[in-house]
Design a protein around this ligand. Structure first.
Ligand code: SAH
Length: 244
């Protein structure tokens, strides 16, 4: 038997912390997501985080916290969102469960993870598009470039690299969300010129702690205000070798 996520306590925490809680169908999907990840972990190295409350906090809650406080009645919906370097599907899959009318694309360079995500999407009946490829290549393809309202990126690379992976994919006015742990003022000052070169600005930095372990988190919101110059993203490997 696989461990079960205990939803009695999590329902109250969801509403207190995010002003949202999953309906019964979404609860079932979150539960099945957890079980599929545990199962997938037997073949693929998907995540170290498998204990139920830790999985809830670090994968489910954390994924939604980056987006939920930003949504309000004036947010145009449905949104198109790309999750860059999604790995086992975070934050993209919990977002797809919570926002079933959004168009969500998951991107990862590891083919095996993308195959896992395709099977997962079928199992959970989620209308997700999964792409195997590198952000540097996808960002130069006319089909994907400047075509998303939002881009998320968690635990993939240093901030300036994340900016180069995400900003080219956004429409003008779109928002990239960098999910980070600790954040220092120096990092913000270093990120600013990189973001400006890519046609963006740092719109907001949100500092908060997670509800169970009180771990420090920051979400960095980058707004695209100008088209990204055509030379970005640079060829595969360059953004990480020579960060802006
Ligand atoms: N976002 C997930 C996974 C983080 S691990 C989470 O927070 O749990 C980082 C993932 O980014 C890996 O799966 C790796 O394959 C992917 N990745 C790294 N560089 C990438 C690139 N340039 N383009 C696309 N995916 C990339």
């Amino acid at each position: 038997m696989l461990p079960v996520l205990e939803f009695e306590w999590s329902q109250a925490l969801w509403s207190q912390t995010l002003g949202w809680s999953p309906n019964s169908g979404q609860q079932l999907q979150l539960q099945r997501l957890y079980q599929q990840i545990l199962q997938g972990n037997q073949q693929l190295n998907l995540t170290r985080i498998t204990e139920p409350s830790e999985f809830w906090e670090k994968h489910l809650w954390d994924s939604l916290r980056g987006i939920f406080p930003q949504l309000n009645e004036t947010t145009p919906q449905p949104l198109s969102l790309i999750d860059v370097g999604t790995g086992a599907g975070f934050p993209g899959v919990p977002l797809a469960i919570a926002c079933p009318n959004w168009q969500i694309t998951l991107l990862d360079s590891t083919r095996k993870k993308v195959a896992f995500l395709e099977a997962l999407a079928k199992q959970l009946e989620l209308p997700i598009r999964s792409l195997a490829g590198r952000a540097e290549q996808i960002g130069q393809m006319s089909e994907y470039r400047a075509s998303f309202d939002m881009a998320t990126i968690r635990a993939v690379a240093a901030p300036a690299i994340c900016a180069e992976y995400t900003l080219p994919l956004l429409k003008l006015g779109g928002m990239a969300v960098l999910y980070r742990g600790q954040w220092l003022a120096e990092e913000g000052r270093a990120l600013e010129p990189a973001v400006a070169q890519l046609g963006g600005v740092i719109d907001r930095i949100d500092a908060f702690t997670t509800p169970i372990s009180q771990s420090v988190r920051h979400c960095i919101y980058l707004k695209k205000i100008q088209p990204t110059p055509p030379e970005f993203p640079r060829p595969a490997g360059i953004p990480s070798q020579k960060p802006l």
